[in-house]
Design a protein. Sequence first.
Length: 202
Amino acid sequence: MTRATPRDGRLSGGKTPASPTPARPSREESRSSAAEVEQRVGAVTDPEIPTLSIGDLGIVRGVEADESAGAVRVRITPTYSGCPAMEVIARDIVDAAADAGWDATVEIVHSPPWTTDWLTERGRAALAELDIAPPGPRSTGASGPVPVTIGRAPHTESSVAVVCPRCGSTDTELIARFGTTACKALHRCRACGDPFDEFKAV
């Protein structure tokens, strides 16, 4: 005799049949689009300036995605030779891509060298919010021989006034060519008296 099953889905005896376990989506099914993984890569932050993304810093030189293989190759340029943050940035790129379902390979390229002209306006604003004076323009369009001075360079200030990121005054002075990191210079504002870093133009 066949035992009837109640209409509420329970077996006789009060037991409820186990629901089938839903199949987990494969990595390929959960993989983000190529455009999204590129966006995630660009959103990785600079470990030395956490409010600044590497996209706005301008060090991402290319993102090539192979959707059929689920692989992405990212090329980045260091802000200066021997920058210790590159290893951390490369690891964070791999992690960001993995979170989107992609396998990432990071290639560090040195040519053309990075320049502060590659900073976006949003990146410059992020520096100012941290009381770091953004760099001035580096490109001059000049060509021809470059004069070289042999010996110790004189301690002179730039002809371009560095604006204090705290009070906006241009009455500032250079204290040291190196600030909290090698890519910054230390200044002091004569108006408000506060010291501040300037992201050096290169």
